[in-house]
Ligand binder design. Structure first.
Ligand code: SAM
Length: 287
């Protein structure tokens, strides 16, 4: 074991251990070492994790820690850690705590002065972002979308002007309804990417404007099967120098006959662009 995996201390260590999100080859060497050497593995679903452990020939004992018992069971695990046991935390797939249990345990461990060691590894949001072609310098991970339309629309309203890439987890039976709500709030031109079945046989990463993606998905129900991540391009303010030449020319013609405000309003309607951006450009260049 490398230094950071060292288990020689009177107080135990909690290791956060990512597991594959599809392709079993994505477990890391270090994750296997840690899962082999800890005293106990806290798992979201012990039967599910049991299958992974038997595939890896690991016989470490497991302990159930899921959304419904986490607050109460975290204290039991903290006591075991304080008594010197080392524990690995896993979820069903990917990185624990990322739309998965673990927050209360980690929080309580850190409050109790217990060392928490994160292992990097599979995570659907990061895998999806890295291949999406959307800006990755700043992004906002929003977890699962609300189950009801009103909640989703409120969510999209609150994100409408956010310039970062926004990323959601969504289930196949809700994706079309969620995209309809998104269309109603963000409009058909917003660029979105649907990353499906990552690391698995039918992996697809499809990017399109929202107004094209919805009919494309409706054409074939296979396109909404499986696990998926939805990524949305951040809001783009129409910059002056981004105005197409044709738009500038039209605005130039209109402004000869009309006040700038009226000309900008007409041009914005013709080209489906922001009135303010046209007005601002007109002020700076035509008056
Ligand atoms: N902790 C996990 C992680 O690190 O990504 C996420 C767990 S969350 C309960 C499960 C959701 O993650 C799925 O509903 C889906 O939105 C997304 N997801 C998980 N595996 C995926 C995959 N192979 N391809 C696309 N999305 C995936």
């Amino acid at each position: 074991m490398t230094d950071n995996n060292s288990l020689e201390s009177s107080v135990g260590t909690l290791f956060i251990v990512p597991t594959p999100i599809g392709n079993l080859g994505d477990i890391t060497q270090r994750a296997i070492e840690v899962l082999n050497q800890v005293d106990l593995i806290a798992a979201e679903d012990t039967r599910h994790t049991g299958r992974l452990l038997s595939h890896l020939n690991i016989s470490t004992r497991t302990f159930a820690l899921h959304d419904h018992n986490e607050q109460q069971k975290a204290q039991v695990l903290v006591e075991r850690l304080l008594s010197g046991q080392n524990i690995g935390l896993v979820s069903d797939a990917g990185t624990p705590l990322i739309s998965d249990p673990g927050y209360h345990l980690v929080n309580q461990c850190r409050s109790a002065g217990i060392r928490v060691v994160p292992l990097p590894g599979a995570c659907a949001v990061i895998a999806a972002l890295s291949a999406s072609g959307l800006p990755s310098d700043r992004f906002s991970f929003e977890g699962f979308l609300p189950p009801k339309s009103k909640g989703r629309r409120d969510k999209f309203m609150s994100l409408a002007k956010v310039e970062r890439t926004c990323i959601f987890y969504e289930s196949p039976h809700r994706i079309l309804d969620s995209l309809d709500d998104m269309l109603a709030i963000l409009g058909e031109d917003r660029q979105v990417v649907l990353a499906r079945e990552l690391t698995k046989t039918f992996e697809t990463i499809q990017g399109m404007p929202l107004g094209e993606l919805i009919p494309w998905l409706n054409e074939d129900s296979n396109r909404i099967r499986g696990e998926m991540v939805l990524l949305v391009h951040g809001h783009r303010e129409q910059a002056d120098n981004e105005l197409p030449e044709e738009v500038k020319r039209t605005l130039g013609i209109l402004v000869k006959e009309l006040p700038l405000k009226k000309a900008a309003a007409l041009a914005s309607e013709i080209y489906n662009l922001k009135k303010n951006a046209l007005y601002k450009w007109g002020l700076e260049n035509l008056s």
